[in-house]
Design a protein around this ligand. Sequence first.
Ligand SMILES: C[S@@+](CC[C@H](N)C(=O)[O-])C[C@H]1O[C@@H](n2cnc3c(N)ncnc32)[C@H](O)[C@@H]1O
Length: 238
Amino acid sequence: MTDHTADDGKKPLFYDPTEHRIRSFVTRAGRLSVAQARAIEELGPQFFIPYNKAPLDIDQAFGRTAPTIFEIGFGMGETTAKIAAGMPEKNFIGVEVHTPGVGSLLKLIGEQNLSNLRVIQHDAFEVLTNMIAPESLAGVHVFFPDPWHKARHNKRRLIQPPLVELLSSRIKKGGYLHCATDWQEYAEQMLEVLSGEASLKNTADGYAPRPDYRPVTKFENRGLKLGHGVWDLVFEKK
Ligand SMILES: C[S@@+](CC[C@H](N)C(=O)[O-])C[C@H]1O[C@@H](n2cnc3c(N)ncnc32)[C@H](O)[C@@H]1O
């Protein structure tokens, strides 16, 4: 458990000077609860995969060969844990930069005995570039990525052509990319960017119905009751 650098300070990493790439997140000091810290300590060795600039042997990491779903930005991990619990036949790799989120998901893994889930704490863009081999994923989930509401921050949004091209290259033919957002203008951007990626095809005519495997979160439910929208996009790798 060494790679907790993302939360070591409050300094925002707006910009990676080595890559000249704008980050989709800012580091937050975030409070780590005692239970989350304990989960990292006790379950980390088994379920945490350290970031490494070398291809990950997924079969070895899970001790089996199975379709693998990759998730970017799992937050506190409730949705991730629910989906993994409902699909024990699939492997799940969750990537998140925020330490309390990592602790929270490891805690859920312990409580629910989820042997099909692994956690990486690092920038998903770099994880995909360096650890995930081309055409190795059965699916990718990006649920409620930060919308970066202000126009001057829009450039930090994850769903932009470079990431989508990289994601698509990591997905096997017939695999899928599933994004969801509750921010209409970001949904429109997602639709435009995903539709513009030549290696993907839309499974729906525009936005997709919410697939049954994606649970409705408490936050989302509250928004839906207030009349706010949620948009799912499900694209298939050609
Ligand atoms: C708005 S939250 C959504 C969390 C969760 N998916 C949900 O539906 O509740 C977005 C999360 O993505 C994470 N994130 C943003 N950019 C990331 C990146 N490049 N790599 C890994 N995680 C990232 C943030 O730390 C944050 O926890």
